[in-house]
Design a binder for this molecule. Structure first.
Ligand code: NAI
Length: 328
């Protein structure tokens, strides 16, 4: 039997946590032959709720689940972690300025980065889901100097999956017929879902749909504003689809992308495509042997250039703001 993988999940008592933990414990995160140990991190007021979720996890009698520990202390929660899913974050509340939001999240992601640096396993892989995800990931990464920077990623896979769903409806094809979808930039309203490199049956998706007006005025805003549309419809934010995307993100990172395809992950920029080095920005990436690589050599036309630059400029502003606050 294989040695268990330790997975730390923060915000375990939240909405996404409730949709995520059962899928991790059932083997969908890493594979049906990989035993897992869960370490859950919550704030003290939510520990009891996390304990309730742990009771339900017990009651599922998942054969792969080898233990659940619950903490309100980051240092202990990340001890020995091989995978860390940073879901818990401070949401924006009414009247909160962006600076306040960044500061509140700095207070969460700085100590979590330090805890990962201090005690996580050597092969630690981090996915930040909690918003503002890219900048929270940057804060954590900056406080984990002994962990290779490429181990810190942020989630744009939900945006990627939303783009696949919208395109499959428009083109009348199955999502599995679509290859090479890309989300560029920030996980925010400025993100750029790119149909000029996505492919359907060997043609670009932009050629297949042949409708620039739809692409610009329907597809892009629908994908970018999908989170708000879900809240409007459900009366609660997207949780199951976010959890599903987090599962996909780690599964792909660990198990690889298919030949002839790629995925979207927000990763530390090496300067590719004019994205300033060090920003955690979404790119097209391939994964193999547990490592990601930014797809190189794509031609970027003026339309895409403008969109990518706008989203990256927002990331640079967020970085400058957290720098000013002394968070990095
Ligand atoms: P939620 O409010 O239901 O749960 C968040 C949980 O985090 C709460 O239980 C809270 O007690 C906990 N928490 C807060 N501070 C913590 C800390 N310092 N340590 C540990 N736990 C802490 O929120 P939900 O719906 O589960 O969403 C979580 C985050 O994911 C939000 O920031 C949301 O904006 C983000 N999100 C990101 C998406 C993406 O695509 N990147 C998609 C959907 C949501």
């Amino acid at each position: 039997t294989r040695t268990p993988v330790t997975v730390t999940v923060t915000g375990a008592a939240g909405q996404i946590g409730y949709a995520l933990l059962f899928r991790i414990a059932s083997g969908q995160l890493l594979g049906a032959d990989v035993p897992v140990r869960l370490r859950l991190l919550e704030i003290p007021q939510a520990v009891k709720a996390a304990e309730g979720t742990a009771m339900e996890l017990d009651d599922c009698a998942f054969p792969l689940l080898q233990g659940i520990d619950i903490f309100d202390d980051a240092t202990r929660a990340f001890e020995g972690a091989n995978v860390a899913l940073l879901v818990g974050a401070r949401p924006r509340t009414k009247g909160m300025e962006r600076g306040d939001l960044l500061e509140a999240n700095g207070g969460i992601f700085k100590p979590q980065g330090e805890a990962i640096n201090a005690g996580a396993a050597d092969d630690i892989r981090v996915l930040v889901v909690g918003n503002p995800a890219n900048t929270n990931a940057l804060i954590a990464q900056q406080h984990a100097p002994d962990v290779p920077a490429e181990r810190f990623t942020a989630m744009t896979r939900l945006d990627h999956n939303r783009a696949l769903a919208q395109l499959s409806k428009k083109a009348g094809v199955s999502v599995s017929d679509i290859k090479k979808m890309t989300i560029w930039g920030n996980h925010s309203a400025t993100q750029y879902p790119d149909l000029f490199h996505a492919e359907i049956g060997g043609k670009t998706a932009a050629e297949v749909v042949d409708d620039q007006d739809w692409l610009e005025n329907d597809f892009i805003p629908t994908v970018a504003k999908r989170g708000a549309a879900i809240i409007e419809a459900r009366g609660a934010s997207s949780a199951a689809s976010a959890a599903s995307a987090a599962i996909d993100h780690i599964h792909t990172w660990v198990n690889g992308t298919a030949e002839g395809d790629w995925t979207s992950m927000a990763v530390v920029s090496d300067g590719s495509y004019g994205v300033p080095e060090g920003l955690i920005s979404s790119f097209p990436v391939t994964c193999a042997d547990g490592r990601w690589e930014i797809v190189q050599g794509l031609e970027i036309d003026d339309f895409s250039r403008g969109r990518i630059d706008a989203s990256v400029a927002e990331l640079a502003e967020e970085r400058d703001a957290v720098r000013k606050l002394g968070l990095i």
